[in-house]
Write a protein that binds this ligand. Structure first.
Ligand code: RIB
Ligand code: CA
Length: 309
């Protein structure tokens, strides 16, 4: 029985790869896609989910809901990496009649339906999850697991030297969610920055001729060398690693710890291990990845053929 997942996403190119990977995985079933502001403004992120569902093969398009944007104004976005549309100016339009519902309604409906079988994969700012905790107390406690892509623990950030982008965009939400005691696994920049795509991987995606390979190749090509966390002509697929953790957990090493989140001033979004209280380190944090094996698995899943250098 496939694991039902909700993907809470700010719909950039690495989010697109995460969604494509989840759609291609037989042991996952996307029960819902929920937009959050971040890489691009909320409306663009929501529209991008319609664009991706129009371009990626899926037996039955999952429901899409519109979440929240961050209230703090003047924050950096990721247009310089993903383009102003967020998907590398991909030639994709939502299907006619594409509509997005309300995030609270969809979270409530899917959690009521799936309960502890459900996993939430949060690959954007945690604004929606913090709001669900506030407006629907006890609802998130019914799910099985939350996987969060975010944070820079021992490595420099990719927005400021202290903060990774998702944590930078809404540090108060991160502090609320990570201190909730919910069953959370964190996939930080320390791990994701080890998995970089380059021209050879773009060529493999393009040559595969699969729908995912075909739409992702130009998106990744657009992003090569633009991220603050990768070398020239490279692209880090941060969010695909959060989904990959569900598919190939054996490729990761995790540790239990508690994280202290800085929520104000120039270090906002910083996250550092802290001495766990009596509750112990309730977070599961990935601290290492078998990057080569992950890349092979990722490309085989998307391209239906092994990537051989
Ligand atoms: O720092 C990487 C994260 O920020 C990814 O989720 C990327 O999509 C951006 O949202
Ligand atoms: Ca993202």
């Amino acid at each position: 029985m496939p694991t039902p997942i909700i993907i809470d996403t700010d719909a950039g190119v690495d989010d697109a790869m995460a969604i494509a990977l989840a759609l291609a995985a037989e042991n996952l079933s996307i029960a819902g896609l929920i937009s959050v502001g971040g890489n691009v403004p909320l409306e663009q992120a929501t529209r991008n989910l319609g664009r991706l569902l129009a371009g990626l093969p899926c037996k039955a398009a999952p429901p899409v809901a519109r979440g929240l944007d961050q209230e703090i104004t003047g924050l950096k976005n990721a247009a310089h990496v993903f383009g102003t549309d967020g998907l590398g100016a991909a030639d994709l339009e939502p299907a006619a009649g594409f509509q997005a519902g309300d995030y609270l309604d969809l979270y409530e409906k899917l959690i009521t339906t799936h309960g502890a079988a459900l996993t939430v994969v949060a690959i954007g700012p945690l604004t929606n999850l913090a709001s669900v905790m506030k407006l629907r107390p006890g609802l998130l406690e019914q799910i099985g697991r939350i996987v969060v892509m975010g944070g820079a623990i021992w490595c420099p950030g990719n927005v400021t030297k202290h903060a990774e982008f998702n944590f930078y965009r809404d540090p108060e939400a991160v502090s609320t969610v990570l201190s909730s005691g919910l069953p959370i696994t964190v996939v930080p920049l320390d791990v994701t920055r080890q998995v970089a795509l380059d021209e050879s991987h773009v060529a493999h995606l393009r040559r595969s001729g699969t729908p995912a390979g075909t739409i992702l190749a130009p998106m990744v090509q657009h992003c090569l060398g633009r991220g603050a966390d990768c070398g020239p002509q490279q692209f880090i697929v941060h969010d695909a690693i959060a989904v990959g953790l569900l598919l190939w957990p054996e490729l990761f090493i995790r540790a239990r710890m508690a994280l202290d989140i800085t929520t104000k001033d120039e270090q906002a979004g910083r996250c550092k291990p802290k001495v766990a209280g009596k509750s112990g380190g309730h977070l599961s944090v990935t601290i290492s990845i078998n990057a080569g094996a992950f890349l092979e698995n990722l490309l085989e899943q998307l391209c239906h053929e092994k990537f051989v250098v």
